[in-house]
Ligand binder design. Structure first.
Ligand SMILES: NC(=O)c1ccc[n+]([C@@H]2O[C@H](COP(=O)([O-])OP(=O)(O)OC[C@H]3O[C@@H](n4cnc5c(N)ncnc54)[C@H](O)[C@@H]3O)[C@@H](O)[C@H]2O)c1
Length: 342
């Protein structure tokens, strides 16, 4: 039997080691560092036509010489417009129409992406993948019917939306599997200088809380967090040497959030994160080869390490700090009241 104090000492030692892993976003990377790290590198970004995805695609394409970017999205009009605008500036960008919820569509995406890359230079594979495709999905309708309206024999209840789960969670799982198994595999073990590969998942602060009755979205983002964790804790994913990280931003004004919800959140005093800070956090993760297994959030004050590990009480310590400061003044994080039928 361990004595309590020897166990405590062991816990303290692990805590100290983990605390040393916390990322400091106060010192931004220099432009030189970004250019050197991304020269000749490749990004595949789902959901790249709009919002965060469009910002990631644009920043990566313009970051250095000889980058190549595959932009995968359902939105053809916006995707082609962005592809053409970046091509006009001399960037190598290819839009591929993709429905991330459909396995065959994603298989075609990877097939077409690898074919295009090997046209640019033989044997070139994908270095970085960002799973940014997502939709808010629908809300759960649990409002009780009035007994007078109930007609049990003719009940035709509609199922709730699971589009958020299909797009954000299933879509990311499909992308992760294809990326790790085929998309990124060519360079691993061949040329260590070129071997830095990373997969960046898009969670959300909804991965750590619950948006009232937005169960589809909340469940999809908790699921993405589970996907992130499960990829870290496996010997196969460790041996393929791909860095796995997750971005979990707070509310940001992008087309994802309907105008009415945006007005509601503003009226509630929610302080939005800035899209430039989300973009900067993603670029930092892609460039910095030390960053692996980290969940990074972004609020009005910029990016920060969520400390989603034991030393940070799996994000709770950092989130509590944000709530106390008022940056994460969520109408979402509430302590549930006991319910009584009296
Ligand atoms: N905006 C926020 O407040 C916020 C906060 C945290 C996390 N996120 C997450 O960031 C990611 C990007 O969101 P955004 O805010 O940029 O939204 P957005 O609506 O601007 O972009 C999402 C993109 O995904 C694409 N898409 C939707 N369904 C698709 C499908 N089936 N196949 C392929 N593409 C599809 C859309 O066409 C769109 O271009 C999402 O995963 C979202 O959940 C957003």
């Amino acid at each position: 039997m361990h004595s309590k104090s020897s166990l405590q000492a062991a816990f303290d030692a692990v805590k100290e080691r983990q605390a040393g892993l916390t990322l400091d976003f106060n010192t931004p990377l220099s432009d030189v560092h970004i250019t050197q790290s991304l020269r000749g590198r490749t990004l595949l970004c789902t959901g790249g036509s709009s919002g965060f995805g469009a910002a990631f695609v644009t920043a990566f394409a313009k970051s250095a010489e000889d980058t190549a970017v595959i932009l995968a999205d359902l939105d053809v009009e916006k995707g082609i417009a962005l592809q053409d605008a970046l091509k006009a500036e001399g960037c190598a960008v290819k839009f591929i129409r993709t429905d991330v919820t459909d396995w065959e569509s994603q298989v075609n995406l990877f097939r077409a992406a690898l074919a295009w890359l090997s046209e640019i230079s033989p044997g070139r594979s994908i270095d970085h993948v960002i799973c940014s495709a997502g939709v808010l999905g629908g809300s759960l309708d649990i409002e009780p019917s009035h007994p007078a309206e109930l007609d049990y024999k003719n009940l035709q209840p509609k199922p709730p939306s699971a589009k958020g789960i299909a797009t954000g969670l299933t879509g990311s799982m499909y992308t992760a599997q294809l990326a790790l198994k085929y998309g990124m595999s060519l360079h691993v073990g061949h040329d260590t200088a070129l071997a830095d590969k990373s997969l960046l998942l898009l969670g959300s602060l909804a991965s750590y809380s619950g948006i009232a009755l937005q169960s589809d979205y909340t469940a999809s983002k908790w699921g993405v967090r589970g996907l992130f964790r499960s990829l870290l804790n496996d010997e196969t994913s460790a041996s393929c040497q791909v860095r796995i990280n997750m971005l979990a931003p707070f509310f940001t004004a992008t087309p994802l959030i309907p105008a009415q919800m945006l007005l509601y959140l503003k009226a509630k005093g929610v302080k939005f994160a800035r899209i430039e800070d989300v973009e900067a956090a993603a670029m930092r993760i892609l460039v910095d080869k030390r960053i692996h297994g980290r969940a990074v959030s972004v609020d009005v004050s910029g990016p920060f390490d969520l400390q989603d590990d034991w030393s940070g009480a799996y994000g709770a310590t950092v989130l509590e700090g944000g709530i106390v400061q008022g940056n994460l003044s969520m109408p979402l994080v509430q302590v549930s009241q006991p319910r009584s039928r009296d």
